[in-house]
Design a protein around this ligand. Sequence first.
Ligand SMILES: Nc1ncnc2c1ncn2[C@@H]1O[C@H](COP(=O)(O)O)[C@@H](OP(=O)(O)O)[C@H]1O
Ligand SMILES: [Mg+2]
Ligand SMILES: [Mg+2]
Ligand SMILES: [Mg+2]
Length: 323
Amino acid sequence: MFNLPRLLLHSVAMAGNTGAPLLLRLVAASVSVAEKAGTIVRDVFNSGELGVVEKGGKNDLQTQADRSAQECIVQSLSRQFPKVTIIGEEEPTDEVVDESHLETGLSEEVLKAVCPQDLQAVKDEDVVVWVDPLDGTKEYTEGFLDHVTVLIGVAVNGKAVAGVINQPYYNYKAGPGATLGRTMWGIVGLGAFGVERLVPPADKRIVTTTRSHSNKLVTESIEAMQPDEVLRVGGAGHKVLLVIEGKAHAYVFATPGCKKWDTCAPEAILHALGGKLTDIHGNALQYHRDVKHPNTGGVLATYSDHDWYLGRMPESVKAAVKP
Ligand SMILES: Nc1ncnc2c1ncn2[C@@H]1O[C@H](COP(=O)(O)O)[C@@H](OP(=O)(O)O)[C@H]1O
Ligand SMILES: [Mg+2]
Ligand SMILES: [Mg+2]
Ligand SMILES: [Mg+2]
């Protein structure tokens, strides 16, 4: 009897797991927040009021889902981690924060993981969180719903080390019995969870690239890879998932339009599973807080034969797409 209050106190402290390394707490919060953002993305679509705004022409759109999911992610994380730098795709609005969009949960699965040794002492000031509240906006507005992902990437000292991806419409074509949506997370040096590496067909070469942001450089570079099949789909997160899950051998995007928030989370999960994401020259991407946002050197993501794709990249394309 006498010991009970102390025991209770102890178990409350354990649930909050305040002793877990910052990186694990950040990823644990990001998993819960990405799930919440995924429900917002579905709720806005179901409401039928997409609130589309053109940011930079008809292929660079923003919807109410981009705005509300960004609010959910940035507000939820910045309240829990006030000293961490968080950079989101969308401009903050001066509207009053909708408290119903906030999420304070921590994924128990993540908190139970063992943080890789080299990331155990990461401090707030070492971290930049890159947020793409809705990747594949153009496709979202056109009803290609499985192309959409919510991306939260964690960079430490300029390198992508952890990522969370929520795919709100995963399984949406699988019928009413299927569970809609999934969340994947990974930490370099630990592995990735909620997604499995599958090997693509060995007898052909499948390349994935943009559906809605193509141009001459994109077309020339894809042709140079001599693909048997080209998957033109939306979303950087979605295309990296196609590479991870063996639906494509490579994601080739030889033009500058993709930004740091598009690549940070997918890169970390791909690297955690043994794949590779670089610019089209083979350089690692940088994610420190002062970096320019566009990936001006383009994007190449593969599981194997990375050097083969780099080697086939036309010189004219390389000259036009500089890091
Ligand atoms: N020319 C361009 N202008 C603006 N954004 C571009 C772009 N090319 C690529 N992107 C961005 O990169 C992401 C992946 O592009 P794609 O789906 O065409 O492969 C998209 O993210 P968002 O949907 O989050 O804006 C998209 O907007
Ligand atoms: Mg956008
Ligand atoms: Mg994006
Ligand atoms: Mg976006």
